[in-house]
Design a protein around this ligand. Structure first.
Ligand code: ADP
Ligand code: CDP
Length: 213
């Protein structure tokens, strides 16, 4: 029987972490949590109640009453929701309010779980069995987001996508609490020249090597 595995996948925007995390969870038959959705949902709920994203009290209140059912809202996808998420994600009390939800999810299944985000390996699940930090060049990541815009029929210039992505990454890297960074014991995967299938194969190889070590 396979041992219980909690797998933490972190990395910057559009590095491909969500794609590998989802495939990995399906492959292992364990639940998957896209933790970015939590931050996106908090920003959505603050605004829906007429609050400001920088208002810590409003944001903490939204974080404390997060509704799991509402995480499948398609309105949470897209770069504007991601940008708003990164504003409330800087507030330490918001991060603290979302910790239990994420940690309970990681414990929820006897088989394990896959979580992806920015601080899973460093803060949410520092005891994760496997930690993977996924990166890709800024240009490759912007190109992926640009293609997503095109797929939705949105006319946004590549240069604007690149600039937005760099600004959000900087906000995530430079914040005082749980910044975007690799855990010291994370395995690193650069997906710049890998398509989604190759990235998944590389992740499986990294995990196999770690487990048999
Ligand atoms: N290795 C890859 N090569 C090319 N495109 C990819 C790759 N991995 C993911 N994508 C595509 O890039 C976009 C961002 O991927 P996603 O997994 O959502 O990134 P993240 O979760 O890191 O923000 C999606 O449109 C996805 O289909
Ligand atoms: N574990 C996490 C996940 C997301 N976030 C924040 O939420 C924003 C949106 O995250 P996301 O994972 O949905 O964004 P993408 O990488 O999919 O573009 C990030 O830019 C971070 O500011 C975070 O701070 N910690």
């Amino acid at each position: 029987m396979r041992p219980r595995l909690v797998i933490a996948i972190d990395g910057p925007a559009a590095s491909g972490k969500g794609t590998v995390a989802k495939k990995l969870a399906e492959h292992l038959g364990v639940p998957y949590l896209d933790t970015g959705l939590l931050y996106r949902a908090v920003a959505r709920d603050v605004e829906a109640r007429g609050g400001e994203l920088e208002d810590a009290t409003a944001a903490v209140s939204a974080a404390q009453s997060i509704d799991a059912q509402s995480l499948c809202d398609p309105g949470l996808r897209g770069p504007l929701a991601g940008d708003k998420a990164s504003i409330i994600a800087k507030i330490p009390a918001v991060r603290a309010a979302l910790l239990d939800y994420q940690r309970n999810f990681a414990k929820s299944s006897a088989e394990g779980a896959v979580l992806d985000g920015r601080d899973i390996g460093t803060v949410v699940c520092p005891e994760a069995d496997i930690k993977i930090f996924v990166t890709a060049s800024d240009e490759a990541r912007a190109q992926r987001r640009y293609l997503e815009h095109q797929g939705r029929g949105e006319n946004v210039a590549y240069e604007v996508v690149l600039e937005d992505l760099r600004r959000r990454d900087a906000r995530d890297r430079d914040r005082s609490v749980a910044p975007l960074e690799a855990a010291g014991d994370a395995l690193h995967l650069d997906t710049t020249t890998l398509d989604a299938d190759a990235a998944f194969a590389a992740v499986l190889a990294l995990i196999a090597a770690q487990i048999t070590r």
